[in-house]
Design a protein around this ligand. Structure first.
Ligand code: FES
Length: 116
């Protein structure tokens, strides 16, 4: 898998803790993706709220609400299930964050390669 891409060390993602932002394309200047740890696994999404298209994090990397149970949009407070990306409360209830496939190998979170 030559085009797999390192996102961050696994240890950087604590359950319900701060997330890591990353560029969707290698070398892209903007960090439009993010990954958090939930239910023991890394979960990654495009950092765009389905309601008004803003980024979710209220401070860079701060995606969870205070209890660490749901992802929260800082603009109008929509709550998202971290495991599925489904909005469970707020103005975009029933809509979903766009998922990004990530895997965890040898202590690192990666985007798997698209070529065999
Ligand atoms: S932009 Fe996210 S809830 Fe409105």
């Amino acid at each position: 898998m030559p085009d797999r891409r390192l996102i961050c060390p696994s240890a950087e993602l604590l359950e319900g803790g701060k997330g890591v932002r990353f560029a969707l394309q290698p070398g892209a200047p903007d960090e439009r993706g993010f990954v958090v740890r939930y239910d023991g696994a890394p979960r990654a999404y495009v950092n765009v709220c389905p309601h008004a298209g803003t980024e979710l994090d209220w401070q860079p990397g701060e995606f969870f609400e205070e209890a660490g149970l749901y992802l929260v949009c800082s603009t109008h407070g929509a709550l998202f299930d971290p495991g599925s990306g489904l909005c469970i409360a707020g103005p975009c209830k029933g809509e979903c964050l766009e998922p990004i496939r990530v895997e965890e190998h040898d202590g690192h979170v990666i985007i798997p390669g698209t070529t065999p």
